[in-house]
Ligand binder design. Structure first.
Ligand SMILES: CC(C)(COP(=O)(O)OP(=O)(O)OC[C@H]1O[C@@H](n2cnc3c(N)ncnc32)[C@H](O)[C@@H]1OP(=O)(O)O)[C@@H](O)C(=O)NCCC(=O)NCCS
Length: 201
């Protein structure tokens, strides 16, 4: 099979997302990503070290022994300049969140990024939010001004409704990342049959 056809015809929306175990951490031979550093993060053990240190969990998509993509999830806090939940009577400017830490897909695995992010949103809303307060998903979207045109991952996250924490930030940004967030309350409410609105009836 020529390398370019490795993932042809695979509908990643149907592929199960699996948590990385020590056995699965050995996958990744032949993983090709648009950004080489994300291959290095996987192959040189950064992710496994983070898992071992209990500072992240990693979720993958694979086809047999071929790694199609990975995503780490970590606890985070969202900090904003304005109290964005003022309409709900919440005046805080810091909120509990889960961060998409590292996300990368094989460049031949079309639809793998969407699958991982959509799965992650549903996982956080359906499995974590019912037991631990978490309102937002955050991500530091990579922006590389050294390329022409610049590499910008933010457009990918915008497809899922993520917004910039600081929309006024000029380009190129002051750091290679721009923080974005997604409000998952609508989905949490949808998935949580026992949700209540605080009224007495
Ligand atoms: C960013 C990344 C994870 C996206 O994964 P992917 O597997 O290419 O995404 P999908 O094939 O599922 O694409 C989903 C949609 O996002 C779009 N998309 C992908 N990357 C995009 C980008 N940088 N900007 C805008 N749209 C993008 C696709 O065109 C597709 O659009 P469609 O649904 O209208 O057809 C992948 O390109 C990658 O690994 N990049 C290098 C590492 C990286 O930047 N990670 C994120 C760091 S914050």
């Amino acid at each position: 099979m020529p390398p370019s056809s490795k993932f042809v015809g695979i509908d990643f929306s149907e592929v199960p997302v699996e948590r990385v175990t020590p056995e699965l951490a050995g996958l990744g031979q032949g993983f090709r990503c648009l950004r080489g550093e994300f291959v290095t993060y996987w192959r040189q053990g950064r992710i496994q070290r983070e898992i071992n240190a209990r500072i992240s969990q990693c979720w993958i998509l694979r086809c047999d022994d071929s790694l199609a993509g990975y995503m780490t999830l970590i606890a985070d806090k969202l900090e904003v300049d304005q109290p964005i939940l003022i309409d709900e009577g919440v005046q805080y400017q810091t909120f509990p969140a889960i961060k998409i830490g590292l996300l990368a897909t094989d460049r031949r695995a079309k639809g793998a990024g969407r699958r991982l992010v959509e799965w992650g949103i549903e996982y956080v809303a359906g499995e974590i939010a019912p037991t631990i307060g978490v309102r937002f998903i955050t991500v530091d979207a990579l922006y590389d001004a050294d390329l022409t045109p610049p590499y910008d991952a933010s457009g990918f996250y915008e497809k899922f409704g993520f917004r910039f924490v600081n929309p006024e930030e000029t380009l190129p940004p002051s750091s290679p990342y721009r923080t974005m967030y997604l409000d998952i309350k609508p989905l949490i409410d949808l998935l949580d049959d026992s949700s209540f609105d605080g009224s007495d009836d």
